[in-house]
Design a binder for this molecule. Sequence first.
Ligand code: NAD
Ligand code: UGA
Length: 371
Amino acid sequence: MSEPKVVCIVGVAGFIGSHLLEKIIREQEWTVIGCDMVPPTKIQQLLGAEKKWASRFEFHQMNITEDVEKLEELIRKSDTVINLAAICNPSEYIKQPVNTINSNFTDAQDCIKFCVKYNKHLVHFSTCEVYGRTLSSYGLPASDPQNYILDEETTPMIMGPVSAQRWCYACAKQLVERLIFAHGTENNLKFTIVRPYNWIGPRMDYVPGVDGKDDGQPRVLASFMTALMKGEPLVLVNGGQVYRTFCFVEDACEAVVKIIEKPEKSVGHAFNIGNPENNIQVQALANLMIDMYAKITGKPKGTTKDISGEEYYGKGYEDSDLRIPSMRLVRKQLDWEPKTSLKDAMEMTMKVFIEKYADKLAGLKRVSDAD
Ligand code: NAD
Ligand code: UGA
């Protein structure tokens, strides 16, 4: 156990925030000041005066763009600030690109400013998406790992044209990374940038019509789970031909704790946090989830259907082809390795989704069948 710290988690009631909070509060003696604009549903299990960590955790429901004075006060009281707040769902990049850019760039400014002002360690959540597409997807030989393995210190960042609005998120994240780096150089900001690679686990996103809007399009895990639980085909965007490396959120949060614990190793760096062993084509992921769902529930195997990216997300959708993190820097600085296989991560996650949603979805399905 390391020395006591005060950690401010902005966006604590989201997917990553809920897991990070749980890990810190259960395994460290640190105090956590958490804030989020949504109610604390995903962290409900950790709240309550009777909890043994109650004196070490406070939650403030607030929008950081509206309650700037309060944000300043929370940051002033902290040692480390973790900024998770952002719009980070690809369907929103096409539907609301202005809000996406503002959320990821403009709204991150106050956290940066107050960390500079009070000399706090800022751990800012960026994305693996800042690399854009691989060099190999633009014709350089795929036989050379340099053309597809994404390294923090050497790989260029390649995105499509401005009209391909999908990249507005990645571009806003990239600019905020550059701004943070600039504050490091000019104003001695102590910073660490985290680039998550498709972290997955329980509590990720929402299920449309149950705890999210009816016409919502969550990220791939919740989208496939929704289809499986409703008995509908899993939708494969552009045939599910692209690849992703999925990292179990609990492994990933271990790396974040090391970043907070050891600023002497983490400050000044951007880290890939992902699991290169869990690389899979989206189509194969769908099949894995179909098989596993049938195994867990004993129900017949589900099906898939293809749809174009433009039809599913709208005009301006483009995609990353392959995202394999280099582990060079994170091994060297943090001595961190992910442990959980995709199969194990998926099985643990799917069981939690089924326990939480299956009955509610079956009810909804029965009502709509009757219509
Ligand atoms: P999430 O949407 O579950 O969590 C983000 C939280 O931030 C939400 O609870 C939201 O209410 C809150 N928030 C947003 N704007 C806010 C505001 N103005 N004021 C207060 N709260 C606000 O997303 P997540 O998956 O937990 O991702 C967290 C961060 O990690 C994001 O910055 C995202 O870009 C980055 N990221 C995540 C992944 C992943 O694998 N989940 C991958 C790459 C990057
Ligand atoms: C995500 C988001 O941009 C961010 O949350 C984050 O920065 C990052 O990637 C990450 O998690 O590392 P992406 O991986 O494209 O982007 O998001 P998903 O919605 O999880 O989609 C993964 C792939 O599955 C994409 O190719 C998408 O087109 C596909 N997909 C998604 C389907 O085939 N069917 C679906 O129902 C949903």
